[in-house]
Design a binder for this molecule. Structure first.
Ligand code: SF4
Length: 97
């Protein structure tokens, strides 16, 4: 009986360690997901503010975030997950109506 309890306790501690490791990895991967594509931003003269009433939220290339004001992505800026819906770049193309 005592051995069975000890084994159960060991398994519980092992599972706790695995859970902690998984939680750490999830935190790291969330950080890794948030990224910018500096080369494309520079080449396309990206800015965080609109230009002449044109903004990423009205661009056909924009990939919206979870909410209307959340950062999103751009079909042209590979790996960039921090495109502002109020941003703008020279590749702006109006969304089809
Ligand atoms: Fe914004 Fe330019 Fe991407 Fe259009 S192409 S969503 S304006 S970064």
């Amino acid at each position: 009986m005592k051995n069975k309890l000890t084994a159960t306790r060991r398994e519980f501690i092992k599972l706790g360690g695995v859970a902690m490791a998984a939680a750490s990895l999830m935190c790291l991967s969330n950080r890794a997901v948030a990224a910018t594509n500096a080369a494309m931003r520079s080449a396309m003269k990206y800015q965080d503010k609109p230009s002449d009433g044109k903004s990423c939220s009205g661009c056909a290339q924009f990939i919206p975030g979870k909410t209307a004001k959340a950062l999103g992505g751009c079909k042209l800026f590979q790996g960039d997950t921090e495109i502002s819906p109020t941003g703008y770049c020279i590749a702006w193309v109006a969304k089809p109506k």
